[in-house]
Ligand binder design. Sequence first.
Ligand SMILES: O=P(O)(O)O[C@H]1O[C@H](CO)[C@@H](O)[C@H]1O
Ligand code: HPA
Length: 197
Amino acid sequence: NQTPECYSYEDCKATADWLLSQTDIRPLVGIVCGSGLGGLANMLKDQVVFNYKDIPNFPQSTVHGHAGRLVFGTLKGRPCICMQGRFHIYEGYPLQKGVYCVLGGPSFETIAECRMLHRMGADAVGMSTVHEAITARHCGMRVFALSLITNQAVMDYESKEKANHEEVLQTGKDRAMQLEQLVSTIVIRIEHSNNYA
Ligand SMILES: O=P(O)(O)O[C@H]1O[C@H](CO)[C@@H](O)[C@H]1O
Ligand code: HPA
């Protein structure tokens, strides 16, 4: 396996689909075992083990003491997964990142515009958030921005799909509970941190 410059959604999905097809275990908890702590995975009962080298698109452990195995099993009856070996930037692995690009709106992008933005390196496009973040930074605020990706950009002239506001609203509705939980959790953590600088 060669280290790619980044892992695309499709790469990650292929990995996930492969793993899901290999085991019936659906973990509730994921544990990343650090150096010397790979033994934590031995706590798991009814283990199903995969060597990283056998998993499609999966990085390899290069650090001494990181076994390079993904271990599914149960811990106290709960389905779990342990990574025996983690990945570090210093090993040359990229961080997964996305570039959000903003346009003025209110029209959705044409196919040509979507293709242009993609060629320029954009992974997502929106009509807000960037303006808000720039203004907030101008006012000296610290900013954390969260974007829900609600629809796929149409890149293909043959496609019958069209970006539309109904789909955006529907995805918002579908994900509302998860977002409420995520935002509440983030807010609680901010309150418990002294980092107000
Ligand atoms: O950015 P928010 O307000 O979430 O809304 C997004 O959804 C609308 C397009 O469907 C646009 O207004 C776009 O900016
Ligand atoms: O497809 C989109 N393009 C631009 N802004 C958006 N906001 C939600 N969906 C979109």
